[in-house]
Design a protein around this ligand. Structure first.
Ligand SMILES: [Zn+2]
Ligand SMILES: [Zn+2]
Length: 224
């Protein structure tokens, strides 16, 4: 009988395929959630997000004042982001928020960040998904007055994952617009996956073109 009940309430972990008993979420088992940790020594440029340490472009000009990445895009967190975002399992925002909470809060305090921006989705995409996955995580960590919602995506771009670096930049050109002014000296741009840094750079350009001249920081959950 117990075996029978277990098989009803057990689900397969999307990362390790082991069966675990269903709790409030049916995506990852406890061990896999536990395995998501901050990683050190990730290789990327802290000024533009490109995948190198000493980035040539940033020798002459600094873009972001600093960019922090929580961990690498692999294993359990990769599956988690996939399920959360693409399979629209909204309650998984809680696991992501719990994982990054201390790290992002420390960064925000240290850099005296007053306002947090997240990468917007085009309204068509947001309507299909039902939520902005980044906003859902932020609101579990920060008070609403710290979360800025005046950044919009005005161009419905192709999926970045299918494109090469140059195509990515072209694809995103003019994709965002700042629709409210920002009254903060230090701001943070929040995203979930850092690949070539194209999104960060396009956001940077959008902010500067709109006349924002304060310090811009970046915080990304994972680096692919
Ligand atoms: Zn597992
Ligand atoms: Zn750089």
């Amino acid at each position: 009988m117990i075996g029978f009940l277990n098989s009803i309430y057990s689900v397969e972990c999307v990362n390790c395929n082991q069966l675990f008993s269903f709790k409030w979420q049916n995506c990852l088992c406890d061990e896999c959630i536990e395995s998501i940790q901050k990683s050190k020594g990730l290789v990327y440029c802290r000024s533009c997000g490109a995948g190198v340490f000493n980035c040539q472009r940033c020798l002459k000009q600094r873009f972001y004042k600093d960019i922090q990445v929580f961990t690498s895009y692999s294993g359990a967190i990769k599956e988690l982001i996939h399920e959360y975002k693409l399979n629209r399992r909204k309650r998984l925002s809680k696991i992501l928020a719990e994982k990054i909470k201390d790290d992002i809060t420390d960064f925000v305090k240290q850099k005296e960040i007053e306002m947090i921006l997240y990468i917007p989705l085009h309204k068509k995409v947001e309507k299909e998904r039902g939520f902005n996955h980044l906003y859902e995580v932020l609101k579990l960590i920060f008070p609403s007055y710290m979360i800025f919602n005046g950044l919009k995506k005005i161009k419905n771009t192709k999926l970045q994952a299918q494109l090469q670096k140059e195509e990515r930049e072209k694809n995103l050109k003019g994709a965002f617009s700042l629709e409210k002014s920002i009254k903060a000296e230090n701001i943070l741009v929040f995203d979930d996956v850092l690949t070539t840094g194209s999104t960060l750079m396009e956001i940077y350009k959008t902010l500067r073109k709109s006349g924002y001249n304060g310090n811009i920081y970046g915080y990304i959950i994972t680096k692919s």
